[in-house]
Design a protein around this ligand. Structure first.
Ligand SMILES: NC(=O)c1ccc[n+]([C@@H]2O[C@H](COP(=O)([O-])OP(=O)(O)OC[C@H]3O[C@@H](n4cnc5c(N)ncnc54)[C@H](OP(=O)(O)O)[C@@H]3O)[C@@H](O)[C@H]2O)c1
Length: 285
């Protein structure tokens, strides 16, 4: 049995959809069990309550599980929560843990990455078979960060300077998770997952213009302004600090590399920005 944590989130939902299509049985670990109905689980799969803050739910959810897809929501407790889950996984006899991490986690260069790295290190020391998936920033983040300002003002406000970033389509992350969850060949592997090209925000604005027909431009803003914009969007304080910190790290060029891992595992190229923006155009137009 495979247990999917974060099952109602971006990656989890797509992963569940793919496992369902493939007929692979799984258990969907839900923080909010009320979301089970909207996930439309197939008859060979089930939902189970899974709350990182309630160890008894982790224990119960792991009973009889062979492989664990470990994803926690970004937050200051992330490492602590995942360490507890890995402890419980060891006791439950789980064979393989696929941990959703982050691109650059090994560099120690940003707060979210340090938390992911702490969790990775614990998993490494646990003796369990592991696979680390380290995706770069999702293309989908651009909807949250920029769609409204594009719609209203035709502007993208980000503190990225002229740096390019190899954004990845989060659907590709779910796809690679599905693949590695079914095959022992991915034990002890670390996959950096990026899109097929690295783009500056100026180029992203140009491509959004082409697809939406709007005249969109990029405004490079200082970190303080970015901080204020995130706070105005209602993000929790810790998350605002973490995002400003992450984009400062990325602005130094640490998120520019294009990784061959997706193509290596999947045998095809990852989704291009042009394809993604065509799919997401409605949010920007
Ligand atoms: N966004 C990016 O660009 C990016 C890039 C690289 C890595 N990552 C990493 O990806 C992960 C986030 O993935 P995502 O975008 O798929 O997640 P997401 O959409 O933010 O969803 C988070 C999931 O965690 C669940 N959750 C919340 N509190 C929980 C708790 N106490 N116990 C158990 N589950 C809980 C949520 O359930 P409810 O909805 O029911 O609360 C939801 O299913 C983070 O670890 C982040 O650092 C993100």
């Amino acid at each position: 049995m495979i247990l999917i944590t974060g099952a109602s989130g971006n990656i989890g939902r797509e992963l569940i959809r793919r496992l369902s299509e493939a007929g692979t049985p799984f258990r969907a670990g839900l923080h909010s069990p009320g979301k089970a109905a909207e996930l439309k689980l197939p008859a060979n799969s089930s939902a189970v309550e899974f709350d990182f803050t309630r160890p008894e739910t982790i224990r119960a959810a792991l009973a009889g599980v062979e492989r664990l897809f470990l994803l926690s929501p970004s937050g200051p407790e992330m490492a602590e929560w995942e360490i507890e889950a890995v402890e419980q996984a060891g006791k439950a006899g789980v064979r393989h843990v696929v941990k959703l991490s982050a691109f650059g986690a090994q560099t120690d260069g940003f707060a979210l990455g340090r938390l992911h790295r702490e969790s990775e290190k614990h998993l490494l020391a646990s003796g369990l078979a592991y696979t680390f998936l380290r995706p770069n920033t999702f293309m989908q983040n651009l909807v949250f960060l920029c769609a409204e300002s594009v719609r209203v003002e035709g502007r993208i406000y980000l503190p990225c300077g002229d740096t390019d970033i190899s954004h990845v389509d989060s659907r590709n992350v779910a796809e690679i998770a599905q693949r590695v969850l079914r095959d022992d060949a991915h034990f002890k592997r670390i996959y950096d997952i990026t899109g097929p090209e690295s783009l500056t925000c100026t180029e992203i604005a140009r491509r959004v213009s082409t697809v939406t027909g709007k005249n969109v431009s990029y405004a490079d803003i200082p970190p303080e302004k970015f901080h204020a914009r995130l706070a105005a969007m209602g993000l929790p304080g810790w998350m605002v600090e973490a995002m400003v910190d992450l984009l400062a790290f990325q602005a130094e060029g640490f998120a520019s590399a294009v990784s061959p891992a997706y193509e290596h595992v999947m045998g095809k190229a990852p989704t291009s920005f042009n394809k993604w923006i065509r799919d997401a155009a409605g949010a920007f137009a």
